[in-house]
Ligand binder design. Structure first.
Ligand SMILES: NC(=O)C1=CN([C@@H]2O[C@H](COP(=O)(O)OP(=O)(O)OC[C@H]3O[C@@H](n4cnc5c(N)ncnc54)[C@H](OP(=O)(O)O)[C@@H]3O)[C@@H](O)[C@H]2O)C=CC1
Ligand SMILES: O=C1O[C@H](COP(=O)(O)O)[C@@H](O)[C@H](O)[C@H]1O
Length: 520
C-alpha cells in the first residue's frame, strides 16, 4: 500500500475560528429521559467533553427529567457514566465542577399538571445562576412520549421565552412509517416552529460524515468526475458486528430497515449524491438533500431484500441467533439485515446503481462508502496479469471509511516493477484521520448538542426530508409485513449477510465489496 500522509500540527489550526465565539452566554438544557441509557452513555459524556473544551455557555445548567424520584443519586450515576463512557480520568477535577451544574427533576411525562412545577424549577435555577432565557429541551425518551411532552411544554407556554431562544431536540426514531411521521411533524409544529426543531441523526455528528461534504466541495479534483460519466456504481455499507445488545423489545418493532437504513444510511447517501449547496447554511444544505431524495423513484420490492441472523461466530466467539436473544420471539420475522438497490433520477446520477445495506452480527464493524469508477474505455495492457490480486486490471475505487479506522483510500493500478511485460497491480493511496489529526474521543453528539444550543439546524433533519424518506420505505415495510419472510434465519452471525443480498447485486453485474476497512 502506498500511503500519503501529512500530520496536521496544532499550530496549523491556530487560525481556525473558535466555535466558542458563537456559543450563547447562558442556557438551560433540559433532558427528558435523564436516567436512560442514551443520557448516560452519550449525552452527559459529550456535554462534559464540550465543557472541557470550553464550548458550553459560561452560565449553564443541565436539568435531567425522568419518572423515578432520584436525588444526588442522579448526579453520582451520571458521573459514573462520564467516567465509563467518556474516556475520562477519575482524577480529572473538572468532573466534580461539571456535575455541580447538573440537577434532577422527577416528573411523569404524561402528568400535564406537573409541567407547571418544572417551569417554576427552571425559572428558579435561571434566577439563582444568572441564566437568561435560552432553553433547549432534549427528548431522549421512548418515541411514544415525544408528542405528549411537546404538547405539555406548549400548554405551559414553555415553547418560547421573552428575548430567548427555545429549541427542542427530538431523538430517533421519528415515526415508524410515513403516516406516523406526518402526524408527529404535525404535533411538533403545532407547538414549535420548524426553526426551533432539531431532529437528530447522530451520524451527522460524525466528523467523517461531515467530511464527505468537505471532500467533495472543498477540493477541485473530485467533483468533475462525480457523476454518471465516470462512476459505475456506489455501495454504502453500515455493518455492525454487535447484535441487539439487550434491546429486544425495541428491535422487534424496529428492524434493520427502520433502525439504520432508512435514516443513517440515507443521510450518507444524501451527502454523496447531493448537488453543491449555494452556501453551508441550514436552508441551502437541507434543500439540496431534500432534492436528492426527491429524485429517487419508488424502490421496486424486488430491489429490497431482508435477512435475520442465526447463531454463528463473531470475533472468534460463539453468539446466539436473533431468535434466541432476550425478549425476542422464537418465531420473530424481524429483519436484522436490509439491503436495497435504488436509482437517482437526475442528470448527475441517471443509470448509476446505488446499493445500500445495513445489518447486525456481520463479519466486522464497518461503515463505508465505496465509489467504483468505470474502467478506461480501452485496456491496452493484458487483462490477465500475474498471480494474486494482479490477475485482472481492477477498476478505480474510492472508499470513504466512516468508521472505524476513519479515512479515505483511492485504489488505482500501478506497474509491477521488474515483472515481464506490463503487469498491473492495484495499490492504494490512503488518508488516515487519526494519523493526520490525532485520535478523537468525540462521540458525534458534541457537535450536534453545540449546534442545537447555537440554533444551527444544518446537521439536523428537516420535516420534508424525514417524510420523503418514509415515503420511500413505507411501501417496502408494508410489503414485508404482509408476507412472512421465506426462510429466517437466513444468514449466520459472523457472515456478510444473506445470499439474497448477493443476488441483488449479481443482477446488475456487481458484487458487494467485503474487503472493508483500512487497505492492507
Ligand atoms: N440508547 C441508545 O444508544 C440510543 C437511543 N436512542 C433513542 O433515544 C431515546 C431514549 O433511549 P434510551 O435512553 O435507550 O431509553 P431508556 O429506556 O434507557 O430510558 C428511558 C428514559 O425515559 C424515562 N421514562 C420512561 N417513561 C417515563 C415516564 N412515563 N415518565 C417519565 N420518565 C419516563 C426513564 O425514566 P425512569 O428511569 O425514571 O423510568 C428513562 O430516563 C429513544 O428514542 C431511543 O430510540 C437513539 C440512538 C441510540
Ligand atoms: O441509531 C442506532 O445506531 C447504532 C449504530 O450507531 P454507531 O454510531 O455505533 O454506528 C445502532 O447500533 C443502533 O441499533 C441504532 O439504533
Amino acid at each position: 500500500m502506498a500511503t500519503v500522509q501529512m500530520r496536521v500540527r496544532p499550530e496549523d489550526l491556530s487560525n481556525v475560528p473558535a466555535a466558542s465565539e458563537r456559543i450563547p452566554n447562558s442556557t438551560i438544557l433540559v433532558i427528558f429521559g435523564a436516567s436512560g441509557d442514551l443520557t448516560k452513555r452519550k449525552l452527559l459524556p459529550s456535554l462534559f467533553h464540550l465543557r472541557q473544551s470550553g464550548l458550553l455557555p459560561k452560565q449553564f445548567a443541565i436539568v435531567g427529567v425522568a419518572r423515578r424520584p432520584l436525588g444526588n443519586e442522579f448526579a453520582e450515576d451520571m458521573k459514573a457514566g462520564i467516567l465509563e463512557f467518556g474516556g475520562v480520568d477519575a482524577s480529572d477535577p473538572k468532573i466534580d465542577e461539571f456535575v455541580q451544574h447538573v440537577s434532577y427533576y422527577a416528573l411523569s411525562f404524561d402528568d400535564a399538571a406537573g409541567y407547571a412545577g418544572l417551569k417554576d424549577e427552571l425559572d428558579k435555577i435561571a434566577k439563582e445562576k444568572g441564566i437568561g432565557n435560552d432553553r433547549l429541551f432534549y427528548l431522549a425518551t421512548a418515541p411514544e412520549y415525544f408528542a405528549p411532552i411537546i404538547e405539555n411544554l406548549g400548554a405551559q407556554g414553555m415553547n418560547q421565552t421573552e428575548n430567548g431562544r427555545v429549541g427542542v431536540v427530538i431523538e430517533k426514531p421519528f415515526g415508524h412509517d410515513l403516516e406516523s411521521a406526518r402526524e408527529l411533524n404535525h404535533q411538533v409544529n403545532a407547538v414549535f416552529s420548524e426553526s426551533q426543531v432539531f431532529r437528530i441523526d447522530h451520524y451527522l455528528g460524525k466528523e467523517t460524515v461531515q467530511n464527505i461534504l468537505v471532500f467533495r466541495f472543498a477540493n477541485g479534483i473530485f467533483e468533475p468526475i462525480w457523476n454518471r460519466n465516470f462512476i459505475d456504481h456506489v455501495q454504502i455499507t453500515a455493518a455492525e458486528s454487535i447484535g441487539i445488545e439487550g434491546r429486544g423489545p425495541f428491535y422487534e418493532k424496529a428492524g434493520a430497515l427502520r433502525d439504520v437504513l432508512q435514516n443513517h444510511v440515507m443521510e450518507l447517501l444524501s451527502f454523496v449524491g447531493m448537488e453543491p449547496p449555494s452556501s453551508f447554511d441550514a436552508d441551502a444544505v437541507r434543500r439540496e438533500k431534500v432534492k436528492l431524495w426527491q429524485s429517487i423513484p419508488n424502490i421496486p420490492i424486488l430491489n429490497a431484500v431482508r435477512g435475520q441472523y442465526g447463531p454463528g461466530i463473531v470475533d472468534g466467539k460463539r453468539v446466539l441467533g436473533y431468535r434466541e436473544e432476550d425478549r425476542v420471539s422464537p418465531e420473530s420475522g424481524t429483519e436484522t439485515y436490509a439491503a436495497v438497490h435504488l436509482q437517482i433520477e437526475n442528470w448527475r446520477w441517471a443509470g448509476v446503481p446505488f446499493y445500500l445495506r445495513a445489518g447486525k452480527r456481520l463479519k466486522k464493524r464497518a461503515t463505508e462508502i465505496t465509489i467504483q469508477f468505470k474502467q478506461p474505455p480501452l485496456l491496452i495492457f493484458n487483462r490477465m496479469q500475474a498471480a494474486g490480486p494482479c490477475t485482472e486490471i481492477q477498476p478505480n475505487l474510492l472508499s470513504i471509511r466512516i468508521q472505524p479506522d476513519e479515512g479515505i483510500a483511492l485504489r488505482f493500478g500501478a506497474k509491477v516493477p521488474s515483472a515481464p511485460g506490463m503487469a498491473v497491480c492495484p495499490v492504494n493511496m490512503d488518508f488516515d484521520y487519526a494519523q493526520a489529526f490525532g485520535k478523537s474521543t468525540a462521540t458525534g453528539y458534541e457537535r450536534l448538542l453545540m449546534d442545537a444550543m447555537m440554533g444551527d439546524q444544518t446537521l439536523f433533519s428537516h420535516r420534508d426530508g424525514v417524510e420523503i424518506n418514509w415515503s420511500l420505505y413505507t411501501p417496502i415495510l408494508q410489503a414485508w409485513a404482509a408476507k412472512d419472510p421465506e426462510v429466517f434465519p437466513n444468514y449466520f452471525a459472523g457472515s456478510w449477510g444473506p445470499d439474497c443480498a448477493d443476488r441483488l447485486l449479481e443482477r446488475g453485474g456487481h458484487a458487494w465489496r467485503n474487503k472493508l476497512g483500512k487497505p492492507e
